[in-house]
Design a protein around this ligand. Structure first.
Ligand SMILES: NC(=O)c1ccc[n+]([C@@H]2O[C@H](COP(=O)([O-])OP(=O)(O)OC[C@H]3O[C@@H](n4cnc5c(N)ncnc54)[C@H](OP(=O)(O)O)[C@@H]3O)[C@@H](O)[C@H]2O)c1
Length: 343
């Protein structure tokens, strides 16, 4: 990424092969995930966007190519999945701290593994570590046909939840297929839709009121407030992104900053409902063991074929700009991955 801007700022460059330092492993990337966070970084919309030039890409699946000093495992040739610490996933080779690598059986397809990595990890942590959902509860998922959205739907169904998902009308078949009730947020007020739910019986026999037990929102802006209003008493808003801070490839930092502030305010409100801003990074810092435990849990679900990530498209690494255009154009169902050619 040569500078902040539209997809055209993504350029393919040739560089020296990186050498792993102490406690690092060089990974030959087979597939790299493309996420909306990369788009926001590219536009410079996130306060934590690094200064260009940099290589984007949060998650990779690849094989161990070289061990740095002090590293005993994983073995050379082992397939692994990881979130490179300082981005850099859109590359043929990347050096990653050894403790961040989780082994993957080589029977798993690299594209599906990369598609699962960040999205299912994030969805798993938000459901089980932040919202602490229980079977029979009701949740609301925005961007339900997107990368993290489809992961929340699949993991939500596995956890025995009743799931409502907002998405563009053209993607409602996918939302239904994944076991959720679709809401066309352009035509229908999602707050009213989830609140008018009649009282019902939960699996434990207790009565429930309208509203959801948790709402997962990466849209930002006033959507956070509306998601908060969708909550049943004691419910939790889990904010985790600000997709609305970009429009037509142009950033709007004010939306990002005001969204973070709003969640802080709602989190401090003594209303019985709660609000959190989740980031994969901050949870891993507070609970270092959660990174390996939760990523391994996702790999395990993949191995057992309990989850089947929706790969929207596999594109060659050189087509990263096209991947961004597709993601920003709202046409993507599931996750785009970039695949690297065999050297
Ligand atoms: N906190 C974390 O650690 C973390 C980790 C991963 C991702 N995230 C965040 O999660 C969000 C989703 O990421 P993703 O990679 O799974 O992307 P995604 O949901 O696949 O993104 C594209 C979809 O988002 C919807 N969308 C809603 N508002 C949009 C807008 N203003 N511009 C474009 N699309 C919009 C569109 O679906 P419809 O047409 O159906 O509306 C679109 O197809 C992003 O905000 C990302 O930053 C956060």
């Amino acid at each position: 990424m040569t500078r902040f801007g539209g997809p055209e700022v993504l350029e393919v460059v040739e560089d020296r092969l990186p050498e792993p330092r102490y406690d690092e492993v060089r990974v030959r990337v087979l597939a790299a995930g493309v996420s909306f966070g990369d788009v926001l970084m590219r536009a410079g919309a996130l306060p934590e966007s690094p200064k260009p030039p940099f290589t984007p890409g949060y998650d990779i699946a690849g094989v161990v190519d070289k061990l740095g000093e002090g590293v005993a495992s994983p073995a050379l040739g082992q397939m692994v999945v990881a979130f490179p610490k300082d981005l850099g996933g859109y590359a043929e080779f990347v050096c990653v701290p050894a403790p961040l690598l989780v082994p993957v059986p080589d029977t798993l397809a690299p594209a599906a593994t990369a598609a699962a990595a960040l999205n299912y990890f994030v969805a798993y942590q938000m459901l089980h570590r932040i919202a602490k959902v229980q079977a029979g509860q009701r949740i609301l998922v925005h961007g339900a046909a997107g990368g993290v959205g489809t992961a929340l739907l699949e993991l939500g169904a596995l956890a025995g939840l009743e799931v409502y998902g907002t998405a563009s009308k053209s993607k409602h078949d996918l939302v239904t297929q994944l076991g959720a009730v679709p809401i066309d947020y352009r035509e229908e007020d999602f707050v009213a839709a989830v609140r008018r739910r009649p009282a019902g019986a939960r699996r434990d026999g207790k009565r429930t009121r309208g509203g959801v037990h948790a709402a997962f929102d990466a849209i930002g802006g006033t959507n956070f407030w509306r998601s908060y209003r969708s909550l049943a008493p004691g419910g939790r808003l889990v904010a985790y992104g600000v997709s609305r801070s970009i429009k037509n490839a142009r950033r709007n930092r004010a939306v990002a900053v005001s969204s973070f502030l709003l969640v802080k305010l709602l989190g401090a409100a003594p209303a019985g409902r709660r609000a959190f801003f989740y980031t994969a990074d901050s949870l891993s810092k507070r609970h270092p063991q959660s990174y390996r435990e939760d990523l391994a849990a996702v790999v395990d679900l993949l191995k057992q074929e309990k989850i089947a990530p929706v790969v929207a498209k596999s594109l060659p690494l050189e087509e990263a700009a096209q991947a961004h255009e597709l993601l920003e154009g709202s046409s993507v169902r599931g996750k785009i991955v970039l695949v690297c050619a065999e050297p």
